[in-house]
Write a protein that binds this ligand. Structure first.
Ligand SMILES: [Zn+2]
Length: 78
């Protein structure tokens, strides 16, 4: 399953929530591994989450943060 940037963008909320199915999440990860543009978007969202969290407004679950970070690390390593 290959995703377009638009498809990935549309599923980012669920991606951050961890509510994508495992197949879909794998497809999202595969897209992120090959698409700099979407990686930048996820990076930005993660940073926004950190900022919001430091202001006590939005909680990004540690599990989601860890998963995103490991995806980004994997993508950077290849
Ligand atoms: Zn993309």
């Amino acid at each position: 399953m290959e995703l377009t940037c638009e498809q990935l963008d549309a599923m980012l909320p669920e991606f951050f929530d961890g509510t994508l199915g495992s197949e879909t999440e794998a497809a999202a990860a595969a897209h992120l591994a090959t698409c700099d543009a979407c990686r930048v978007v996820v990076h930005d969202l993660e940073r926004v989450g950190e900022l919001a969290r430091s202001h006590g407004r939005l909680q990004l679950p540690d599990e989601a943060r860890g998963r995103i970070r490991s995806l980004l690390d994997t993508a950077d390593g290849t």
